[in-house]
Design a protein around this ligand. Structure first.
Ligand code: SF4
Length: 351
């Protein structure tokens, strides 16, 4: 079993970013107003060193901004204390995130010389129109090139995508997911769009020129995306923005901001699987669905939402959802149809 990784985050908001993506106000998203300095890195390392490791791996992560677009001296200034900690054995690796058009072989060589192990690229979409409407300033081909360079350099590649950007649709999100899968990343983060105050997207939304990507929209789209990555054996390491005090206290004006978005999506996937399973069920049937006890609450849904939706769609006389160990997907344990005294017993797995 691989060791648990504890991530030590350092935010470098807006540092070096040559663009203003319509959705982005990094200072607010990270909950921090001033850019990170080498001192901040030292402080993060010092705090972590005060706690025993308990066998976990430690990774220092530079998030936000566009790390490799920052002047080289500044990048190196941030990397030096991190690398010194790697050499002292206090941390195991360094990760950073950046834009696809701020990557080249020389930069990757330099990052490797500072012990960087993981590069995250903000792809956001592989649809040119969505990229243009969102003010990204790079193309889908930039994402493909940068991803290949990162992999050729022997570094771990994480790709980030967003859903619900201006001009986006379910089909375009599915296309983006398939394109990202073709690049064989080591992991993916999915960020459904949140409308943050003080951004161009907020103004577009206020003027009625952008329709909010609601929590419900995001749940429905992500419930289609997650199984694609799962099938391709690419881990989705994050779904939705990390909740921060600022976002929760009103900076997230609208959009897909929900502290338990990942749970809602997993619950929706189970709902879709149960719906497939119950196709052809006659109204008035007595239905029993089995699911592993650890997935029971996800199967029932928040406030019983999945149970309610299944009841509305299939009108059973009774619907029991019961724990069955080892059932990671809903299984139809029995279906007793009306007028069938033997019960029309069934046992059926979802796929
Ligand atoms: S490239 Fe990244 S940091 Fe720069 S504006 Fe866009 S999202 Fe924000």
């Amino acid at each position: 079993m691989s060791a648990r990784v504890s991530v030590l985050p350092v935010f470098v908001p807006h540092l070096g970013c040559p663009h203003a993506c319509v959705f982005c106000n990094q200072r607010r998203i990270s909950g921090q107003l001033k850019p990170a300095s080498p001192d901040d890195v030292e402080q993060v390392l010092k705090k972590a060193a005060a706690f025993p490791r308990n066998g976990e791996k430690r990774q220092l992560a530079f998030y936000g901004g566009s790390f490799t677009a920052v002047p080289v001296a500044l990048q190196n200034g941030l990397l030096e204390p991190a690398y010194a900690a790697v050499l002292r054995g206090e941390i195991d690796s360094i990760r950073l995130s950046t834009r696809p058009d701020a990557i080249d072989p020389m930069t990757l060589d330099r990052l490797r010389s500072y012990g960087v192990r993981t590069v995250e690229l903000g792809a956001q979409s592989m649809d040119e129109e969505v990229l243009r409407f969102s003010g990204r300033g790079h193309t889908a081909e930039d994402v493909r090139c940068a991803a290949r360079l990162v992999k050729d350099a022997g570094l771990e590649l994480i790709l980030q995508m967003m859903t619900g950007l201006p001009g986006d649709s379910l089909e375009k999100s599915l296309y983006t997911a398939r394109e990202l899968i073709n690049l064989r990343p080591d992991g993916v983060r999915i960020y459904p769009t949140v409308i943050v105050r003080d951004t161009e997207l907020y103004d577009l939304w206020q003027k009625g020129e952008y329709r909010e990507h609601s929590v419900e929209d995001a749940v429905e789209v992500c419930a289609r995306l997650l199984p694609l990555f799962e099938e391709a054996k690419i881990p989705v390491i994050r779904l939705g923005l990390n909740p921060t005090e600022e976002l929760s206290s009103g900076e997230a004006a609208a959009g897909a901001y929900h502290p338990a978005l990942g749970e809602l999506v997993k619950s929706r996937i189970l709902l879709h699987r149960a719906e497939e399973l119950l196709q052809g069920t006659k109204p008035g049937a007595h239905i029993r669905i089995g699911i592993s006890s650890r997935l029971l609450s996800q199967m029932i849904g928040q406030h019983g939402e999945n149970r309610r939706k299944l009841t509305e769609a299939f009108s059973p006389a009774s619907l029991d959802i019961v724990p069955v160990e080892g059932c990671l997907s809903p299984r139809l344990l029995s279906e007793e149809n009306p007028g069938d005294p033997r019960g029309g017993q069934t046992e059926k797995d979802s796929v």
